[in-house]
Design a protein around this ligand. Structure first.
Ligand SMILES: *Cc1c(COP(=O)(O)O)cnc(C)c1O
Length: 396
């Protein structure tokens, strides 16, 4: 029955498990393990673990299971496995399906840690990785090989907000039988339906919009029951990247309000982008919801016309102007999370993407004047006024 609910109902009631006390708010089962009533019961549970039976925290936990079931319901996935962080989700999703000799095709515009996994970790274990411009379908086609086991991309890239066509890339990848793994953080589970569009595996850093208030680290991998329980779970439960029950509870509470939050944030993001577009102090205002965005048509299909909760501002005057701008902001904080209730401004070239060589930064459009702006829940007029005065200071 819950599959037929609309999102807001799924987000409040999906996956709920009540204890013998019938609590209203979900319980936190802050326990490492579970007691068996007999030796026979312990033996039986290790042979086959039922959906409401648990063995050890690293394998599963009732609070964690509530989070997994709720987000799977929202995403339209058969199942989900919750992880200690977004990076545990990305690395687990990839390493659980790859082995030495396999080939991977990946978009090159990636979050720094994702790039590290593909460039520095997988390659050490004999996996070959080809990087392509994710927005160029011809490059995806040309890179596919019979031994391509997986493709990986961020559906909306960080920090330049390119939108990648999930349906088209999945069709190309499936011709050679490759598993499509999509990092869907910037699209959010509210605006994206990546599984319906052809992704085989979807990963989120739950640290971002799912928590939404900057409290805990977490992640989740979604896919078919076969993949999640047959391939990923054995890998995750034995390598140790499971989510803590306390964090799972925080994220469950985050899911209750995510639809309201990200829609409000996206609405403000569009207002800011429209207000600042063409500003004399800016080279470019990048926001997928703007009509001049390179993938504007795709945004209509893939994200229901919503450009997300993050925009990027490329300031004239390089790093000096960007730093003057950041230091002049009075409401947003300078930090590197996103999806938070608090607006957050980041200078990718010197922080999240500092590690990249200069030519790679240029290739990815990470200029010295680029500021990533994660729109929070503050009043939009206050944010526009604050950004405008900071832009004036940056030019001064
Ligand atoms: C933050 C982020 C991650 C990593 O998530 P953590 O929870 O910080 O481990 C992965 N991919 C993208 C696109 C991100 O923004």
């Amino acid at each position: 029955m819950s599959e037929t609910w609309n999102n807001r109902t799924k987000l409040v009631h999906g996956g709920t498990r009540r204890s013998q006390y019938n609590e209203v708010s979900e319980a936190i089962f802050l326990t490492q393990g579970f007691v068996y009533e007999s030796a026979e019961q312990a033996e039986a549970r290790f042979i086959e673990t039922g959906p409401d039976e648990f063995i050890y925290g690293r394998y599963g936990n009732p609070t964690v299971a509530m989070f997994e079931d709720r987000i799977a319901l929202l995403e339209g996935a058969e199942d989900a496995f919750a992880t200690a962080s977004g990076m545990a989700a990305v690395s687990g999703a990839l390493t659980s399906i790859l082995k030495a000799g396999d080939h991977v095709v990946s978009a090159k515009a990636l979050f720094g840690s994702c790039l590290y996994i593909l460039e520095n970790v997988l390659t050490r274990y004999g996996v070959e990785v080809t990087f392509v411009d994710g927005t160029d379908l011809d490059q995806w086609r040309a890179a596919m090989r019979p031994d391509t086991k997986s493709v990986f991309f961020e559906s909306m890239s960080n920090p330049t907000l390119e939108v990648i066509d999930i349906t088209a890339v999945a069709a190309i990848a499936h011709e050679v039988g490759a598993t499509v793994v999509v990092d869907n953080v910037f699209s959010t589970p509210v605006f994206s339906k990546a599984i319906a569009q052809g992704a085989d595996v979807v990963v989120y850093s739950a640290t971002k919009h799912i928590d939404g208030q900057g409290r805990v680290l977490g992640g989740v991998v979604l896919g078919t029951k076969d993949y999640i329980r047959g391939t990923l779970e054995p890998y995750m439960k034995h390598t140790g990247g499971s989510l803590s029950p306390f964090n799972a509870w925080t994220l469950l509470k985050g899911l209750e309000t995510i639809d309201l939050r990200v829609k409000a944030q996206a609405k403000t993001a569009l207002q800011i982008a429209e207000a600042l577009q063409g500003h004399a102090g800016l080279e470019r205002t990048i926001y997928p919801g703007l009509k001049d965005h390179a993938q504007h048509a795709l945004v209509q299909d893939q994200l229901d016309g919503c450009g997300g909760t993050v925009l990027s501002l490329d300031l004239k005057g390089g790093k000096e102007a960007a730093f003057r701008f950041l230091n002049a902001l009075t409401i947003p904080v300078i930090s590197n999370n996103l999806g938070d209730a608090k607006s957050i401004a980041t200078h990718p070239a010197t922080t999240t993407h500092q590690r990249l060589p200069e030519d790679q930064k240029v290739e990815l459009g990470i200029t010295s004047g680029l500021v990533r702006f994660s729109v929070g829940l503050e009043d939009s007029d206050d944010l526009i006024a604050d950004l405008s005065q900071a832009l004036a200071t940056a030019q001064g």
